[in-house]
Design a protein around this ligand. Sequence first.
Ligand SMILES: [Fe+2]
Length: 268
Amino acid sequence: MKKSIITELKYSNTNTYLIEGCIGTVLFDTGWTGTFSAFCNTLGDNKKRIQDINYILISHFHPDHMGIAQEIADYGPVIVITDFQKNYVHSSDGILTKDSKKRFEPIIDDNLKIISVTNSRAFLKSVGINGELIDTPGHSDDSISLLLDEGFLFVGDLNPLYELELHKGTQIEESWNKLLSCKPNMIFYGHAKPTILNEEISETQKESDMYGLVSQIMRYIDRGFSLEKIKKKTGADFVFIEDVNRMYLTHQDVGVQGILDRIEIKNR
Ligand SMILES: [Fe+2]
């Protein structure tokens, strides 16, 4: 099975992630209420449409992770929860409805897809993603993490690994022990920066970084930025930017992967 493509969608204080499998796409977490238009803009910047998302997973039901889940779901994506998250789906509704300035749509229970962590692998496989959901209480009782077989781990608000010393003997440590026994390569947090855990990640991560860089360069080209300006913005090598620019402009409808393939052939 092909590797998943990870796109970080940063449009609020929460890091949210689009995970594209070879059959469908999952969104991991959403932002606080009031961020729906920023979400749509960020999707657009990444050349994605809301209709491309099949499912939404929520790491836990705090307002900064589920605030716009239903607004997104109104366009088709289905919110998927684990059975033990069921009693928490509306735990932030009280806080969110208090703020009358920001639109809030409570999650519609009847439209939820409920799975268990034990059948999460089969569920993810249905969208072409190899991985599983793991219950990781500690930050909250309803917290789940998503671990892809390729080593990418999405933990929501589970306290960062670098703080683990502070949480000895707690549920947080138990959850981390469970996760670390699966040997993840890279951790994606709800708020902190991603962390690479070991060198084995480098090849997979390099590919993913490269993919992100090329798609960023293409977006700047679309916006009419000069190559100099693109270099300033991305910090990428100028010759590389020139290569991407040339291939993008001379190959009609070429995608990020197409450009990466051509650059690889050129460098052989
Ligand atoms: Fe939280």
